[in-house]
Design a protein around this ligand. Structure first.
Ligand code: COA
Ligand code: ZN
Length: 305
């Protein structure tokens, strides 16, 4: 059975887009349950400016309070050196650096040009290497940007080349607002993997236009084995117009399990966590699996009266 590595992002990508602050204790409790579900990696929070992302202003407290289960990597989003220094003080397994392939999105999300991001992230990479912390770079708007249109593959490859030369362990190709289609995904993944076969590649899809699962399947078909996804399908970038949730973890795992892949995830526990999340945010989640149940769910016979 081919192993697939599932990386949960709900408490970062999911919670950053919520309008109400989720209490720190609730975040910690959810993370502690998720830690026992079999994930390869969990993106716990982000060390961004609390003015930019007030929902994650408790990053230090969350990171310090969670139980760290052996075998799970705990990563955090880092936009600049200040964020990296904050994360180092509480201890993390990985820095997930972020920048956008689109100049427009980089400026609205990070308030700097791509050139300035690259300089700032270069300093963060050196700090991480000195501190022996692994580095992943998430390239937002890798397929397209809601403000500047589709991303040329050559432009994405330019930034991939840059960070590969900086010696990062992994790169996440992020479809921030659901612009990719399965054919496009295959082209991008084939080119990236053939140029850098030793890189730890992650695909990060949003289901904004309903193509999230199809895109993930297309990526697997060309050899990708690592995915970001969000419990309940929650998520979205507050600085990308029209952004909606990530590909839903329980739906992704359900599909891959049925197809015979080994995701290592306890799907029943995930569904319990997803119900807990629905209660926490106080509204229905995008997850269709949470509504319908797994394919082996047997309903009562419906009789006409
Ligand atoms: N953590 C905490 N505070 C930070 C910070 C960080 N990582 N980076 C900057 N700040 C603080 C500065 O200390 C300064 O504080 P002050 O006003 O009290 O002096 C203030 O924020 C402004 O600093 P500046 O360097 O001018 O940053 P900025 O306002 O241009 O914001 C970012 C730049 C990158 C920090 C901000 O845009 C950000 O956090 N973006 C994240 C967006 C995000 O996470 N999007 C979703 C994920 S893709
Ligand atoms: Zn995202």
């Amino acid at each position: 059975m081919q192993r697939l590595y599932i990386q949960e992002v709900v408490t970062r990508d999911g919670f950053q887009a919520e309008s109400n602050f989720i209490p720190t204790e609730d975040k910690v409790q959810l993370l502690n349950r998720l830690s026992r579900a079999g994930y390869a990696k969990i993106e716990v929070t982000s060390f961004t400016s609390p003015k930019a992302i007030p929902m994650l202003a408790d990053a230090e407290e969350v990171m310090s309070k969670i139980e760290r289960v052996p075998g799970v990597e705990y990563t955090v989003l880092i936009p600049n050196l200040k964020g990296a220094e904050r994360a180092l003080r509480v201890g993390v397994d990985e820095f997930n650096l972020v920048m956008s392939v689109s100049e427009t999105h980089n400026q609205s999300n990070l308030r700097m040009t791509r050139a300035d991001s690259v300089t700032a992230l270069g300093d963060v990479i050196r700090l991480a290497h000195d501190a022996k912390v692994a580095v992943n770079v998430s390239l937002s708007t890798s397929f397209g940007c809601p403000m500047s249109g589709m991303t040329p593959l050559s432009e994405l490859m330019h930034w991939i080349d840059h960070f590969a030369n900086e010696g990062v362990r992994g790169i996440s190709i992020c479809d921030t607002t659901g612009m990719a289609n399965p054919q496009h995904v295959k082209e991008v993944c084939e080119q990236a993997q053939s140029k850098y076969p030793a890189m730890e590649w992650t695909l990060h899809f949003h289901n904004t236009r309903g193509m999230g699962l199809a895109n993930a399947l297309a990526a697997v078909e060309v050899g990708i084995n690592r995915f970001d996804s969000s419990l309940g399908g929650l998520g979205g970038c507050p600085y990308a117009p029209g952004a909606t949730g990530n590909v839903c973890t329980e739906e992704l795992v359900h599909m891959f399990d049925l197809m015979g892949y080994n995701t290592n995830i306890n799907l029943d526990l995930l569904l319990e966590c997803s119900a807990q999340l629905r209660d926490l945010v106080g509204r229905a989640l995008p997850s269709q699996l949470l509504l319908a149940g797994k394919v082996d769910r047997i309903y009562e016979t419906v009789c006409q009266s």
